[in-house]
Design a protein around this ligand. Structure first.
Ligand code: ADP
Length: 182
């Protein structure tokens, strides 16, 4: 599995699946969630409403992930995950690692070969971008190195797509410190 750091807008990435840093309601938010809904078009909100009405009446749990189509996005799927909110006292790093691992598990299930992640929880949810970079990269590497138990690994490329040069630099440094290329 290759890991790449990209500076830019996740909504334009030509990958099979992009990950959304959503909130538990799945019914819209600001930040990257708002950008993804704007770019995907109103059908994305309809799909999220449908999930709430069927599989997820209580919303999506922190650290869990669920997929919808990407509609007008270049990406075929959006994988919605809910990062822990530091401002609400959600400081358990395992919850944030779970966002990355669960998203990759869903991506593999869909047959996605390339997945783009934003800096989940590094915005409104208040986590330090360095911590998100370390945990995210570590979780992706651990997932790539898991015992396969007969399943075929699908995801070959993981991008971390960062909106600012500063955050991209933080992720580049974390990738180097974690041992360079995977
Ligand atoms: P959270 O609520 O999980 O903290 P936010 O959306 O507030 O999520 O922020 C997560 C990260 O996504 C922040 O670093 C923010 O700058 C970044 N971001 C916002 N819009 C985009 C976008 N279009 N593409 C990539 N990253 C984005």
């Amino acid at each position: 599995m290759r890991i790449e750091i990209v500076e830019g807008d996740i909504t334009v990435r030509p990958v099979d699946a992009i990950v959304n840093a959503a909130n538990s309601s799945l019914l819209g938010g600001g930040g990257v969630d708002g950008a993804i809904h704007r770019a995907a078009g109103p059908e994305l909100l309809e799909a999220c409403r449908e999930l709430r009405a069927t599989k997820l009446p209580d919303g999506l749990a922190v650290g869990a992930a669920v997929a919808t189509p990407g509609f007008l996005l270049p990406a075929k799927w959006v994988i919605h995950t809910v990062g822990p909110n530091r401002h609400a006292g959600q400081t358990n790093p395992a919850l944030l690692a779970s966002c990355f691992t669960e998203s990759l598990r869903i991506a593999d299930g869909l047959g996605a070969r390339s997945v783009a992640f934003p800096a989940v929880s590094a915005g409104v949810y208040g986590w330090d971008a360095r911590k998100v970079a370390q945990l995210g990269i570590e979780a992706v590497r651990a997932y790539a190195g898991r015992p396969l138990e007969g399943e075929k690994p699908m995801v070959e490329l993981v991008e971390f797509v960062l909106f600012s040069e500063e955050t991209a630099g933080i992720f580049r440094q974390a990738l180097e410190e974690s041992g360079g290329g995977p």
